[in-house]
Every structure is written in C-alpha cells, then in structure tokens.
Design a protein around this ligand. Structure first.
Ligand code: PFF
Length: 454
C-alpha cells in the first residue's frame, strides 16, 4: 500500500519542520526582489489583485496537490510520477512531468544564484557604510557598477552556488533543516522594521495606493500571465520542489492546513516587501518600473538615512541571502534526489555535478547584464527570456499537469486518503472541484489571453 512507503533520503522531524522548509522554499528572492519590481513594471494595484486571486484559486489547491503526490510517492518527482501513474494503471510517461520540473529548477537556479550574488555583494556594501547619507543617484551608480562587472558578478554567483551545494550535499536533516530554523522569523521582524521606516520617512500613502488601488486600464494580457506565473514562482509550484519536500513530510501531518499556512506566510512577506519599498520609491521620485534593480536602488536609500542604517542594512541583506539560500536548495533537490535514486551516486557527487552545470548556465545571466545586454529577442535579454520561459510558461504548465494528474488520474478515494479528509466532505469535494476544473481552465485561459486568442 502506497501510504507505507518511506523515502530513502530521510524525513522531516515533524510537521513544523515541513512548514518551515516549505516556507523557506517559497519565501525568497521572489517575494522581496521580484514581486516589487514586476508589480512596478505592471502598474501596481490591478496586478497585485490578479496575483492574490491566483494564489487563492490556483496556488493553494495546486500546492495541496503537489504535497499529496510527493508524500504518496516518497521519491524524486520523476520517480514519484512514474510510480503513482503505474499505481493508477496509467502510462509511466507521466515521469516527463518530473523531468520538466528538473529542467525548470536547473534553469531558474542558474539565474537565481546570480541575483542572490547581488544580495551577497550588498551585505558587504551595507556593512562598509557606502550608503550612509549617499544621494539616490550615487546609490544607483553603485548598482550600475556591480552589474557592469562580469568579474564581480561571477565571484558572487560562484560563492552563492557553493553555499547552496554545500547544504544540499549534507542532506535533508543535517543540511536543509538546520539552515531554515531561525531564518523565517528573523526575516519577518526585519521587514516589519523596514515598513516602520517607510511609514515614518517614505510616502506611505502613495505607496499603499499604488499597491492596493486596482486600475485595470494598466494591466495587459501579458501582465495577467506574469501575475499567474509569479503565483507559481513565489509558492515554488509546478516544478517538483514542493513535491519533493512533501515526500519528506511525516505521514500524519495535515496537507491542507500546512499548505494554507505556507501560502499565507509567503503572501504576507511579499506584501510587506511592497509596503517597505514603494513608499521609498515615491518619496525619492524613483521609477517604480525600474526593473530587476529596484530593491537594490531603493532600500539602500533608506539604510543610508536611518539611524543605525549600516547595521540594519547588513542584517537585511544577510537575511535576503538566507531566504534565497533556503529557496535555492529546493530548486536543485529534485535533480539531486533523482541522481541518488537512479544512478546510485552519493549526495556529494550528485550535488557537485548539478552545482557545476548550474553555475555554468548562470554565466549567461551574468553576461546578459553587461557584455550581452544588447542581444535581445522580443525585447528581452538572456536573463529576461530565461525568467519568462520558466516562470510564465514552464511552471504554469507543470502546475496544469499536476492538477490534471491529481484530479483526473488519481481516484477520489486515493486523494481523500492522502489528504486525510472525508471523501465526500466539503473540503475534499471543494478542493477536487478547484483542481479538476478551475485551475486547468484558468491556466489555459490566461495562456490563450496572453497570446491574443481570447
Ligand atoms: N519560491 C522562490 C521565491 O519566491 O524566491 C523561488 C522558487 C523556489 C521557485 C523553488 C520555484 C521553486 F521550485
């Protein structure tokens, strides 16, 4: 019986550790770096509203589906999909879903590590006091100088990849658990301090209005696609990261409750980041649509002028690095687990090879900010294309197939059994309805809308 299966990679000590790990995966650069800048680029309130709707109607149900598949299969996403498909009498080709996740994780980590490298560089910047009393223009120059230098970017990217692979090599308990225990609460407190600064010194009202007053004339079909893609990205869905974390989840934990807690925590962090950043943007007449450099050009202004700013700045970027770190390990974990299962490699060997390949791929992103910045396709450079392909196409497609598998392939009795919900009760029926109809239809409509068909 599938529920008795055990993972060869280990198991979280208890359900709180699963919540911490999944939150660690979900909360990362996506919340603090990406959410504010794509909100800025897509006009604010309406974008935020679509994003929140996607979290509630698509994200949470798919998260439950992913965790349930993972816990039932208890292997890497590739082998989990193969096993569960066979168990339901279907083709082993469902393993392809696991493969697309492994590729998406590899591609995302390749650029994620470069951006996390910026955060590493900013730990040093903040600590050295270069932001103290620096005018906004000077702070923009510091960012421009960093991204213009392939050498510096490669250095920080290499350091971050090394940190990531060290944790992954140590394995589920010793590596992943230890790294995430204290991180989330600390990050939360620091964000509250930043919002406090934004209230006292930024243009808080204008920031809030930008974030929460929807103006639908400002959002396009592509904007809706980006909002949906970000819902997947920020919750780590559609590529097997949450599936593999689910495979380490204790058998008795409630999947529904834990998924909701993780989604709420993730959303809270993103909204707090927005509330910390936009008041500073407006108070300093900066451009909300400044792009990927937004937080690196705004928050240092706050650190430069607040009392104890060097200290808070350093702590903030350290936490940002830690948040990115706990997400990065989940991006590569599915690939490493598969190599251990199928090739019999040690975790150390698997981590080293995955890390090296990802590092190499990351050089493309490094160059896209300088040497290759003029090479674009559809107005997007290498980094933009990679981000667009993974967040807005691969993750939603992965999520779509996860939904189809959980609600159309798996028997209702199997999902009720794994979710530990009464099969015909409201919660299970409601979830199945969302995953069976609402999620697939929504994803397909958003895709068609973005390419101009509907
Ligand atoms: N959720 C992470 C973030 O918001 O930074 C990024 C991420 C991690 C995406 C793991 C996908 C994933 F599987």
């Amino acid at each position: 019986m599938s529920t008795k299966r055990e993972s060869i990679h280990g198991q979280w000590s208890n359900r709180w550790i699963f919540i911490l790990a999944a939150t660690g995966s979900a909360v990362g650069l996506g919340n603090i770096w990406k959410f504010p800048y794509i909100t800025g680029e897509n006009g604010g309130g309406a974008f935020v509203l679509v994003y929140l709707l996607c979290i509630a109607a698509i994200g949470i149900p798919i998260m439950m589906a992913e965790v349930l598949l993972g816990r039932r299969g208890r292997q890497s996403p590739i082998n989990t999909m193969k096993t569960l498909a066979r168990e339901e009498g279907r083709s082993g080709a469902w393993a392809l879903l696991g493969w697309s996740g492994v590729i998406a994780g590899f591609l995302i980590l390749s650029y994620y590590s470069v951006i996390a490298g910026w955060a590493l560089a900013y730990v040093l910047n903040a600590g050295s006091g270069v932001f103290t009393n620096a005018p906004a223009a000077e702070i923009q120059n510091i960012f421009a100088a960093l991204t213009a230098s392939p050498g510096q970017l490669i250095f920080w990217h290499s350091l971050f990849m090394l940190m990531t692979m060290l944790v992954v090599a140590r394995g589920v308990k010793k590596g992943l658990e230890v790294a995430i225990r204290f991180l989330m609460p600390a990050l939360f407190v620091l964000l509250l301090i930043m919002v406090g600064y934004a209230i006292s010194s930024g243009d808080f009202v204008r920031g809030l209005r930008f974030l929460f007053t929807p103006d639908f004339s400002k959002i396009t079909g592509e904007g809706v696609l980006i909002a949906m893609g970000h819902a997947f990205f920020t919750l780590s869905l559609g590529m097997g990261a949450i599936m593999i974390y689910g495979s380490y989840m204790p058998q008795n934990a409630s999947i529904a409750k834990t998924s909701i807690i993780v989604a709420l925590a993730d959303t809270a962090v993103a909204l707090l980041a927005g509330m910390a950043i936009f008041p500073i943007v407006f108070a300093n007449a900066l451009e909300p649509g400044a792009g990927p450099g937004l937080i690196f050009q705004t928050l240092p202004i706050a650190f430069g002028s607040m009392p104890g700013g060097s200290f808070f700045g350093t702590v903030f970027f350290v936490l940002l690095v830690l948040a990115a770190w706990s997400s990065a390990i989940s991006l590569i974990e599915p690939a490493v687990a598969w190599l251990v299962e199928n090739k019999g490699w040690t975790r150390i060997k698997a981590s080293a090879w995955c890390g090296f390949a990802t590092w190499l791929m990351g050089l493309g992103t490094v160059l896209s900010f300088n040497e290759w910045s003029a090479y674009t396709l559809w107005g997007k450079n290498f980094f933009d294309l990679l981000d667009f392909l993974t967040s807005n196409i691969m993750l939603p497609l992965g999520g779509l197939f996860i939904a189809l598998f959980a609600a159309w392939v798996m028997k209702s009795s199997s999902t009720a059994d794994e979710l530990k919900l009464p099969e015909n009760g409201m919660a299970h029926t409601g979830w199945r309805f969302l995953v069976r109809f609402v999620t697939p239809v929504a994803v397909i409509i958003v895709f068609l809308n973005a390419i101009g068909v509907v």
